[in-house]
Ligand binder design. Structure first.
Ligand code: GDP
Ligand code: MG
Length: 693
């Protein structure tokens, strides 16, 4: 099977093209750094030919400076794809071509996919495709990855091109450093080193990977002699800068004239005009907060814009889902009754399984609603601005704003966010980012907030949930500062971020994203959460002597265990009375998956003890009622904060373990999360109580 690699700058539409080609649903994000690892898929051509497609991380060059650059480069050099599709954002032609000039140096067939042509056309610009193609010496195909226009043509050309071998060519061969390149090249050719042109240029640039190429290890001295000789000439003092300069010169001299721009480059585009306001030094943060508040208002408010009786879409959906779960539960209860099920079977199915899993499922539509709003902000390009604004804050504290990109992903799920921290060049920033990622409240923590706001904060649910997110962010910033001052003490890496153009969010990508999220929730509800619910039900109904002691009894196995840990949580306010252990157990099950906190509470705080199931609607109200009397506002927020900040779920911990690649650091991370959660909850509970909540 043919293998094609997709290479290009961050945000040029690689993943969009990958999805279009392979029919998969990888995350397309309107910011740099979404794809850090490579993804593979298969394209089926019209004549039934299969082509393997590899989506590589976005890169600006093939230098060995960032992990993505190394992943992409290693793939291209070592895995020898049959062809490289170099995707270029046609609205940013010049900058994108910088990478192209390097890719062309590799011995591999190349086709250029000129993406975002829909925008170019809309702007009224034209590009001389044939002219560009003849200058670069490879086919250029205009496409729009989003609409799919030109994609079939691209693959047709690509498959044809892949059958012909291609030797790397450098645009530097028409430059003053040509002689030096030829000298190194000759030496490499003598020893049969592949990708001679590419390696020759990189060696001149004193590129670390090329210098350490094992194929060269026997010829190190010889190579050094050649390089030293070249360096004697003054113009070769800083080859890297010269080469970069030559590449840009080539682009502006030969490629730029191929674009016919309707609007002068100096004129402000619509995007720039928006940015004047949205990323304004003073307005940026207030606007960001207003947007975020609106998102939460639309998802969690009982009365939209203060209008009594008009629920927000999120609350409305939640009501529907709740009735759905209720009807289902009644239906099953009816069936069990007809079948003459025993009390404990009844309790197990209705209180255990449906009570636990149903408690989670009933919040899913509301959470999808939140994700819809967040994805609209993301796809429109606004979230990249949010990162930019955050960078300005982070910078004051000496942190790289680049961390904010993986952190934003943390709002979805900590696992990809922790992996996303790979994009940070600097080891310190990477570690700090991984440590604070879980503080960016992930989707699985939302059911916890939804349940508590429904029980205790009906009036201000939007504010409370918004507040939880803020507590997470503020804690993250404070911890980052402390970690930087205490644990890591070294210099800062500069941060350059590019802001994508704003565009209208596309229904197709939004629907795909929501569908992925929904599948994720349903899958987890049907697997880990169902399993943990069953285990929790048994452990909370049976004593060590395996006698049924009734749900929620302190003599149950869980009760005994939970009570051992109660003293640790006592100062945090949420373990009062005989039932305190239940909150402890809920926190522990949150380690499996954060939704399990809710399903566990659904089982443990269940009002119908001993299988005497109540009507479901009433049961749910009663469950919320019990929670409302078991917690004070202060202890409820302390409880939510503890779940937000403490050790994330197993999946996130193992991702962190893999990325940190050290037992010591993983242990440190776990301890760090527990301590932070404990301290913040302690402060919230005690200050809140002092203030009379
Ligand atoms: P990657 O970082 O290269 O993988 O880029 P993505 O595939 O994530 O795309 C970045 C952004 O550009 C997303 O918001 C896409 O919706 C958008 N995009 C990608 N291709 C096109 C296109 O052909 N036309 C337009 N208008 N937008 C596109
Ligand atoms: Mg991508």
């Amino acid at each position: 099977m043919l293998q094609f690699g997709l290479a290009g700058n961050p945000n040029c539409g690689k993943t969009a093209l990958f999805n279009e080609l392979t029919g998969s649903t990888a995350h397309v994000g309107n910011w740099a750094g979404v794809t850090v690892d490579r993804k593979e898929g298969t394209y089926k051509s019209k004549n039934g030919e299969n082509v393997g497609i590899i989506d590589l991380p976005g890169i600006y060059s093939l230098s060995p400076y960032t992990p993505e650059e190394i992943i992409a480069r290693n793939f291209i050099i070592n895995d020898t794809p049959d062809l490289i599709i170099n995707i270029i954002d046609a609205t940013n032609l010049e900058r994108n071509l910088y990478l192209t000039t390097q890719i062309l140096e590799i011995d591999c067939p190349v086709v250029i996919a000129l993406n975002m042509m829909d925008i170019v056309e809309k702007q009224g610009d034209t590009i001389d495709i044939d002219g560009l193609s003849s200058i670069l010496g490879v086919p250029v195909v205009p496409i729009s990855a989003l609409t799919g226009k030109g994609v079939d043509k691209l693959m047709e050309v690509a498959i044809k091109t892949a059958s012909k071998k291609r030797d790397g060519k450098s645009i530097l061969m028409n430059s003053p450093i040509k002689d030096a390149i030829v000298q190194v090249q000759t030496l490499l050719e003598e020893h049969n080193i592949p990708h001679v042109v590419f390696n020759a240029v990189k060696l001149l640039e004193a590129d670390s990977i090329s210098l350490e190429n094992p194929l060269l290890s026997d010829h190190k001295d010889e190579l050094k002699a050649v390089l030293d000789k070249i360096e004697e000439n003054d113009i070769y003092n800083d080859v890297e800068a010269i080469v970069a300069d030559l590449r840009y010169k080539f682009i502006t001299e030969y490629c730029s004239p191929r674009i016919n721009r309707k609007r002068a480059v100096t004129e402000l585009s619509t995007s720039d005009k928006f940015d004047k306001v949205l990323t304004n030094k003073f307005l940026g943060i207030p606007i960001f907060l207003v947007f975020m508040f609106l998102v939460f208002h639309f998802t969690f408010s009982e009365s939209l814009f203060g209008i009594e009786g008009l629920p927000s879409p999120g609350v409305f959906l939640q009501g529907l889902a709740e009735s759905g779960v209720g009807i289902f539960s009644d239906f099953v209860a009816g069936l069990l009754e007809t079948a003459g099920a025993s009390d404990w079977v009844f309790g197990f199915v209705i209180d255990g399984i449906i009570g636990g899993v149903g408690a989670v499922l009933s919040f899913v539509p509301q959470i999808l609603c939140l994700f819809l709003f967040l994805s609209i902000l993301e796809d429109s390009g606004y979230m990249a601005r949010a990162a930019f604004i955050m960078d300005q804050i982070f910078r004051h504290f000496g942190l790289s704003g680049r961390s904010f990109l993986p952190l934003l992903m943390g709002f979805g799920c900590s696992v990809p966010a922790i992996m996303g921290a790979r994009t940070l060049e600097n080891d310190r920033d990477r570690k700090i980012t991984m440590l604070i990622v879980p503080f960016f409240s992930c989707g699985a923590k939302l059911p916890i907030y939804a349940m508590f706001t429904a029980a205790l904060f009906k009036e201000n649910s939007d504010l409370v949930v918004f507040g939880m997110y803020l507590i997470g962010i503020v804690t993250a910033v404070i911890c980052a500062i402390i970690l930087k001052k205490v644990v890591f003490k070294d210099e800062n890496a500069p941060f350059i971020m590019e802001l994508p153009q704003y565009h209208c969010p596309r229904a197709k990508s939004l629907i795909l994203l929501l569908w992925e999220k929904l599948k994720g929730y349903l899958f987890r509800a049907g697997t880990v959460i169902l399993a943990s619910t069953i285990v929790i039900w048994f452990l909370s109904n049976f004593s060590f002597r395996l006698e049924m002691v009734g749900s929620g009894s302190a003599e149950s196995i869980l009760g005994v265990f939970g009570n051992i840990l109660v003293p640790f949580f006592k100062p945090l306010g949420f373990v009062n009375g005989n039932d305190g252990w239940k909150a402890v157990v809920a926190i522990l099950t949150g380690l499996i998956a954060k939704e399990a906190v809710v399903s566990t509470m659904g089982v443990l705080y269940n009002p119908s003890i001993g299988g005497d199931a109540l009507e479901d609607d009433i049961a749910r109200q009663a469950l919320l009622g019990i929670i409302a009397v078991s917690f004070t506002p202060a202890s409820a927020i302390a409880f939510m904060a503890f779940n937000l900040l403490s050790v994330p779920c197993i999946a996130a911990v193992s991702a962190a373990r893999a990325e940190l690649n050290s037992k010591k650091w993983t242990a440190f991370a776990i301890l760090f999360w527990i301590c932070t959660a404990w301290i913040v909850s302690f402060l919230i509970y005690n200050i809140g109580t002092l203030l009379g909540f």
